[in-house]
Design a protein around this ligand. Structure first.
Ligand SMILES: *Cc1c(COP(=O)(O)O)cnc(C)c1O
Length: 356
């Protein structure tokens, strides 16, 4: 017998998420930290990992790390939820606040994972497109939520891939205009230094997402967290995979979080380099670059996909959005080490000056 019953027909129009992660000498495509965890922590990490009993299930909620994150944010444990990367928590959000007959308000162009999760969970996606400069169409969002049928909204701040923070006054107005759950995705918080954390206690419908993948050099480990009201967090406990955060991730996350001050010089360097990269891109004729509060820069140019190819042929991988809706002709470059940034600028300049 060689037969197979079809998968859920809902999957027919979907394509698997493709990070377009091609090995290259200079990896500037995924907003990762250019540096691995500091040398100083390697011994401590090895010790922590050696103590993990592989035969035992992990603590389902990772309470030790949960407590450390709660304390750092002036909260109790039940305001924090760990996830297998921020991505898992985003999926849990679609499971818990989305579903058939429910609506998610998206603000494209933004992180494409949100709309993909909504589609998978049969959630209706209501899109309010950003303005031509990629700022949020605030009045349109407020008018749309005023209709009263939106179940959850995601405000990405800074927005990926466009780079800028959402206006804090707008987030406040949004929180007050709706009973929808409002997730503020602060995946790049450590580079922007701005957070809506001060509004958490006073706004039941506010949820914040953070990750260890960007500033804390742990993209390979998969660790992220929500900050939210205990009864919001409790709803997520119903949908989450019980052991999603494995014991190794908990152990590594604990060491990194306890020593997070060691990452500050690296973060400061990235922010300083972001300014140089911005200036460098501005100086290349034919390139329009968008300012950023995160660790990446979006830029627009003619022949963007040819430029992407040329960069790759010269060992530099950036992210190609040139065929993505609302991001035509755009590429995104992650801020790397000073040498990587110089190399990227040199290759792109050569391409633009027609030396190819
Ligand atoms: C990177 C990122 C995340 C989470 O990434 P994880 O590696 O899954 O923690 C969430 N939101 C945005 C906008 C991101 O760019």
């Amino acid at each position: 017998m060689n037969r197979l019953r079809q998968a859920n027909p809902r999957l027919a129009g979907l394509v698997p998420y493709d990070p377009k992660y091609i090995p290259a000498e200079v990896m500037l495509s995924a907003n990762e930290n250019p540096s691995d965890v500091p040398e100083k922590l390697q011994k401590e990490l090895a010790r922590a990992l050696a103590e993990v009993p592989f035969n035992r299930y992990p603590d389902p909620l990772g309470n030790r790390l949960r407590d450390a994150i709660a304390q750092a944010n002036g909260l109790e444990r039940d305001w924090v939820l760990l996830g297998n990367g921020g991505d898992e928590l985003l999926f849990d959000l679609a499971l818990a606040w989305g579903g058939s007959g429910r609506k998610f308000l998206d603000m494209p162009p933004t992180f494409s994972v949100y709309a993909a999760n909504a589609r998978l969970t049969d959630t209706t996606v209501v899109s309010v497109a950003r303005m031509p400069d990629f700022s949020i169409d605030e009045e349109a969002v407020l008018a749309r939520v005023a209709q009263g049928d939106i179940d959850y909204v995601i405000v990405t701040s800074p927005n990926n891939p466009t780079g800028k923070l959402a206006d804090e006054g707008f987030v406040l107005r949004l929180l007050e205009a709706t009973d929808a759950l409002v997730l503020v995705d602060e995946a790049y918080f450590e580079f922007s230094h701005r957070t809506v954390r001060p509004y958490l206690e006073s706004h039941e419908n506010l949820l914040i997402l953070r990750t260890f993948s960007k500033a804390f050099s742990l993209a390979g480990v998969r660790l992220g967290y929500f900050l939210g009201h205990p009864h919001v967090i409790r709803e997520f406990l119903k949908v989450r995979q019980p052991y999603s955060v494995d014991a190794l991730s908990q152990a590594v996350g604990q060491v990194v979080f306890d020593n997070r001050a060691l990452f500050q010089p690296g973060i400061d360097l990235i922010v300083e380099q972001r300014g140089r990269l911005l200036e460098g891109l501005r100086a290349i004729p034919g390139v329009e670059v968008f300012d950023s509060d995160a660790n990446y820069l979006l830029f627009r140019m003619e022949n963007a996909s040819e430029a992407w190819e040329y960069l790759l042929e010269h060992g530099v991988l950036v992210r190609d959005f040139s065929k993505s809706p609302l991001l035509e002709d755009c590429l995104r470059v992650t801020v790397g080490s000073p040498g990587q940034n110089r190399r990227f600028l040199d290759v792109l300049r050569d391409f633009c000056l027609g030396k190819h």
